[in-house]
Design a protein around this ligand. Structure first.
Ligand code: PLP
Length: 407
């Protein structure tokens, strides 16, 4: 194993060679049912033929020209994203954290252009995750990401999403610029906010001239059974939204969507990127969009989610010593565990199942949106085998195990 990679990841010892649909194959021949999907990114599974065709056709034409020129795919994708959402504008970047960074800049610049440069404060929430660039770690609700990276940037605070009076007071402050929130917290442990909370954030921010930013990097692009998670709650539309991950189906891309008003402080030269919105990313993202944005595809997500949650209910009843609770929305699903989630993830790998970790001692399941009935059942069966194994090892909350009659 090479020593040359900076040791920034606690990687699982699987050398993945190829993928197809929900299946991954390692170099040593092991096959895994993939409920990580590149962390909610390979929304159409691995090696989807439509995406291979879109990428290779574009690769034969043009890879990169920079944003000095018009890139037709950008205009087409911007038209589709804005037609499907609250937004008037799209800006393309390369990743989720870049999309968040741009969203934060757009929000501060809005107030600056309105003659209120003192409005710089961004309210975020405990347990949130917005990426790893400097602005994004300051906006995120996890202090460990900040440790050792110099002083906290001014103008960021995190509150509890359950403390609406404190949130209301912070939004009313004359120095507040924006609120940033994930409609479904991903890394924090698949925590879905309800419509009442999102609508209340919308109402309060509008009342005080504060911009509302949704981070749908993980929850967006069909993952919850709507194109974007907040669309479950009419009336809870943001001013600005960061998206990425599934937008490119595995090809790097990020985007910010914004209303004309929210983006009114931005003009040529105020933000930009060399690679963002390049022809390859646009070709793939357009192909992804055309598959996911179909009613039938979104209905399929809802149906597969129901099947999973039905299975989770049965597992929670059979394994109260392992499962604390089930959470999430659509196919952004989490199980809070009694035993250490990292150890259970490793055990699941031994049963040929890949799941992601999450805050609050959760494991997360974020499979391809095209997962089938039988693949859901297979994932549940492997999860059941994992929990049975965990119980046999004495993991979990021992006194919560159902009493088994002696033979
Ligand atoms: N925002 C959310 C909600 C995320 O889940 C992530 C990544 O997990 C990011 C932002 C950062 O995205 P990226 O890793 O593409 O920079």
């Amino acid at each position: 194993m090479s020593e040359a990679l900076m040791p920034l990841y606690a990687r699982a010892q699987i050398e993945v060679e190829r993928g197809e649909g929900v299946w991954l194959e390692a170099r040593d021949g092991r096959r895994f049912l993939d409920c990580v999907a590149g962390i909610a990114t390979c929304a159409l599974g691995h090696a989807h033929p439509v995406l291979i065709e879109a990428l290779t056709a574009q690769a034969h034409k043009l890879w990169h020209v920079s944003n000095i020129f018009r890139i037709p795919g950008q205009e087409e994708l911007a038209d589709k994203l804005t037609a499907a959402t609250f937004a008037d504008y799209a800006y393309f970047a390369n990743s989720g954290t870049e999309a968040v960074e741009a969203a934060l800049k757009i929000a501060r610049r809005y107030h600056f252009a309105k003659g209120q440069p003192e409005r710089i404060d961004v309210i975020g929430f405990a347990g949130s995750f917005h990426g790893r660039t400097y602005g994004a770690i300051n906006a995120s609700g996890n202090p460990t990401y900040l440790e050792g990276f110099g002083p906290r940037l001014p103008g960021y605070q995190q509150l509890s999403i359950d403390d609406m009076p404190a949130i209301a007071a912070a939004i009313a402050s004359p120095t507040t610029a924006a609120v940033i929130v994930e409609p479904v917290q991903g890394e924090g442990g698949a925590r879905a906010l309800d419509g009442q909370t999102l609508r209340e954030l919308r109402r309060l921010t509008r009342e005080h001239g504060v911009l509302l930013i949704f981070d749908e990097v993980q929850s967006g692009m069909g993952r919850t059974g709507k194109l974007f998670a907040h669309q479950w709650f009419p009336g809870a539309e943001p001013d600005i939204m960061a998206i990425a991950k599934a937008l490119g189906g595995g090809f790097p891309i990020g985007a910010v969507l914004a209303t004309r008003e929210a983006a009114s402080g931005m003009a040529a030269g105020m933000h930009g990127t060399t690679f963002g919105g390049n022809p390859l990313a646009m070709a793939v993202a357009l192909a992804v969009f055309d598959v996911i944005a179909q009613d039938a595809a979104l209905a399929h997500v809802a149906a597969m989610s129901q099947r999973f949650f039905h299975g989770f209910g049965a597992l929670a009843a059979r394994f109260p010593d392992q499962v604390v609770e089930q959470r999430g929305k659509g196919l952004l699903m989490g199980l809070k565990l009694h035993a250490n989630n990292r150890e259970v993830m490793a055990l699941a790998r031994e049963h040929g199942l890949l799941v992601a970790g999450g805050g609050d001692n959760c494991i997360r399941l974020l499979p391809s949106l095209l997962i089938t009935d039988s693949e859901v059942d297979e994932a549940l069966a492997r999860l059941e085998a994992t929990f049975a194994d965990a119980r046999a090892k004495g993991w979990g909350k021992v006194d919560a195990a159902p009493v088994v009659a002696a033979a």
